[in-house]
Design a binder for this molecule. Structure first.
Ligand code: C2E
Ligand code: CA
Ligand code: CA
Ligand code: CA
Length: 292
């Protein structure tokens, strides 16, 4: 259903570009949309309209949930629940993303504090959170992470910051510095959508990351595309050699999961394993897991 909506949106835009008059019209309405969305987003941050859903991450061999990725959602007062594709671009364009990522980070930090206090999660349970690259170089981020670290030093190691290669590679030297400082505080760093950038190997060479997220585009071909099989095998062998965790994302079928296990990939997330769920559902799953 969600995919159909995305596809419809794509075709609408394409269609618009082929027709000059429609194109002109859509420009105006696009500009209007950016304005109304950015003021809407500012309001959303004040009125607590943003929340996160969690997608569980599984050990492919034991079936155990070892962590979850937080994904932001906007509970829009008139439009209902919006996914990031509908508002992240505007957030990036306007710089609101810095506050948005701060906000999301606070949400997962508070959740972690609460879950630890309740004894709801195992000692090694981790939360992954997405960060826009713009953020990586902001003093605000480092200050925020430092404050949070001082508030609860042991929680840092449970938090992985996910960044894309594109965001990392644009200024590798500055990025190196930021990442080292972030890691000193105990946080982990993951490269999101690994393999889709132009310089995946250069990123690995220069940046001390902890986790590789294997992009869904490679996983989707598993089972019928031998090229994807070889690519994933190679990435896994690099990950092993560099002592990094590799997590496959976007696992949608049993065939894909079995293929991953055949290649030796021990960590995965995707609709086949679990959709992103709200925190009550996540805690429920973890409780069931504990009960055995
Ligand atoms: P991502 O980090 O690559 O996250 C994975 C996206 O794929 C999520 O979409 C997730 O719901 C979806 N997904 C998970 N499993 C499957 C699967 O098996 N099949 C398919 N087709 N899709 C799957 P979502 O939640 O719409 O997020 C889209 C993107 O928005 C994320 O891509 C991430 O780049 C960004 N994002 C999400 N939350 C945040 C945030 O708090 N801050 C920032 N800066 N970016 C965020
Ligand atoms: Ca991600
Ligand atoms: Ca990803
Ligand atoms: Ca992505």
């Amino acid at each position: 259903l969600v995919r159909n909506a995305d596809t419809a949106m794509y075709h609408a835009k394409r269609g618009g570009r082929d027709d000059f008059r429609v194109y002109k019209h859509s420009m105006t309405s696009e500009a209007h949309e950016v304005m109304s969305k950015s003021s809407g987003l500012k309001r959303a941050l004040i009125n607590n309209e943003l929340f996160v859903v969690y997608q569980p991450q599984y050990d492919t061999f034991s079936g155990r949930i070892f962590g979850a990725e937080a994904l932001v959602r906007w509970n829009h007062p008139s439009k209902g629940i919006l996914r990031p594709a509908e508002f992240l671009d505007v957030a990036e364009q306007t710089g609101i993303i810095v506050d948005l990522d701060d906000y999301v980070f606070n949400l997962i930090f508070e959740d972690l504090l609460e879950w630890i206090e309740q004894g709801a999660i195992d000692d090694d349970f981790k939360i992954s959170v997405n960060f826009s690259g713009r953020k990586l170089f902001s003093e605000q981020l480092l200050q925020h992470l430092t404050e949070r670290h001082e508030q609860a030093p042991t929680i840092s190691q449970r938090i992985t910051l996910e960044l894309t290669e594109r965001d990392m590679i644009t200024n590798i030297e500055q990025c190196q510095q930021s990442i080292e400082q972030i890691k000193q505080l105990g946080f982990k760093i993951a490269i999101d959508d690994f393999g889709t950038g132009y310089s995946s190997l250069a990123t690995l060479k220069h940046l001390p990351v902890d986790v590789l997220k294997l992009d869904r585009s490679f996983i989707s071909g598993l089972g019928d595309d031998s090229v994807d099989y070889v690519i994933i095998e190679s990435i896994l062998s690099i990950a092993k050699g560099l002592n990094l965790q590799a997590i496959a994302e976007g696992v949608e079928t049993d065939l894909q999961l079995q293929s991953l296990k055949d290649i030796g990939c021990d960590a995965a997330q995707g609709y086949y394993l679990s959709y992103p769920i709200d925190k009550e559902e996540l805690l429920q799953l973890l409780a069931e897991q504990k009960a055995g």
